[in-house]
Design a protein around this ligand. Structure first.
Ligand code: CAA
Ligand code: NAD
Length: 284
């Protein structure tokens, strides 16, 4: 099956990045968000990144125009009715995602594949909310999407081999390196990464070191490009907390308990770079 038209739902940091890479690789892309202002912000972020790539000589003016022509924004989810693939990138919450997948299942044609960019939630449960579970799959891009090569492709229990193959081929067409993963909480990436971030938060909570010093230790001592607290702010502390809760509930193991300081920051609305404050301040 050929994928030509793609809808990306959620124009936040992940959705906008996913829409950008598809538009740059000759797919016709519709970027959707509930909120008009989030959609405008997502589209203007893409435009800025394309402009910067042209300025740096990494993209031709012609390729930029082509990518921009391939892309359009919409707040009407019914536009998914013309798409071969829908990639969902809304908030990391099972109720929101299953409700959305049920709506999409009614809108899209019979051949359409429904993919989720969830960081940790069970794909099997999302697939079961639809009447097409064999055409539901996890397509987990990494942040920032235009830069990071990996896409974890997660099979639900019900995902067909044909759906898997189409999604693997599609990931290669957008210049990503796919890795096949089975459906367990946090998959591979966040099962390994998020407990490290949570432990870094514990070291601050227990007064072992300041956020700056924890980050310096991990950057200079273990060659991480960003320290774990900078990375947590970059991912979004709300998303980090959701992922820890999925690991904790999914495995029933106390080693995944979210740090109380993480909960406190999220309750305060200090959810990282996107809110202007997290472990660090981003207010100009
Ligand atoms: N969006 C798009 N492009 C970005 C970007 C962003 N937010 N931030 C940086 N870039 C691009 C820059 O434009 C630049 O591109 P060119 O080389 O083409 O000019 C390139 O990235 C390098 O940028 P900088 O020189 O400004 O900065 P850097 O060298 O410090 O790299 C970084 C920035 C790539 C983000 C690097 O710090 C890094 O790799 N950090 C770790 C990222 C990571 O671990 N991501 C995974 C998060 S976990 C996840 O995604 C899964 C989940 O479910 C939570
Ligand atoms: P975000 O908060 O930046 O963006 C989410 C967007 O979804 C918002 O613009 C919001 O208005 C929109 N939205 C919410 N409900 C909607 C609905 N029903 N219909 C349409 N739009 C809706 O979040 P994000 O960081 O981009 O994360 C999105 C998803 O990607 C989550 O599942 C997250 O776990 C996953 N993810 C995040 C990262 C990361 O580093 N942040 C990495 C990989 C995967």
């Amino acid at each position: 099956m050929a994928i030509n038209r793609v809808m990306v739902i959620g124009a936040g940091q992940m959705g906008a990045g996913i829409a950008q890479v598809f538009a740059q690789n000759q797919f016709e892309v519709k970027l959707n968000d509930l909120a008009e202002d989030a959609l405008t912000k997502g589209l203007s972020g893409i435009e800025k990144r394309l402009d910067r790539a042209v300025e740096k000589g990494k993209l031709s003016e012609q390729d930029k125009s082509q990518a921009w022509q391939n892309l359009s924004g919409t707040t009407d989810m019914n536009d998914a009715g013309a798409c071969d693939l829908v990639i969902e990138a809304v908030v990391e919450n099972m109720d929101v995602k299953t409700k959305l997948f049920k709506q999409l299942d009614d809108i899209v044609p019979a051949h359409t594949i429904l993919a989720t960019n969830t960081s940790s939630l069970p794909i099997t449960e999302i697939a079961a909310a639809t009447t097409r579970p064999s055409q539901v799959i996890g397509m987990h891009f990494m942040n920032p999407v235009p830069v990071m090569k990996l896409v974890e492709i997660i099979r639900a229990l019900q995902t067909s081999d044909e759906t898997y193959q189409v999604i693997e081929d599609t990931a290669k067409k957008v210049n990503k390196s796919p890795v096949e993963v089975n459906d367990f909480p946090g998959f591979v990436s966040n099962r390994v990464l998020m407990p490290m971030i949570n432990e870094a938060i514990y070291t601050v909570y227990e007064g072992v070191a300041s956020p700056e010093d924890v980050d310096t230790v991990m950057k200079l001592g273990t060659n991480h490009p960003m320290g774990p607290l900078t990375l947590a702010d970059f991912i979004g502390l709300d998303t980090c907390l959701y992922i820890m809760e999925v690991l904790h509930d999914g495995f029933g193991d106390s080693k995944y308990r979210p740090c109380p300081l993480l909960r406190k920051y999220v309750k305060a609305g200090w959810i990282g770079k996107k809110s202007g404050r997290g472990f660090y301040s981003y207010e100009q």
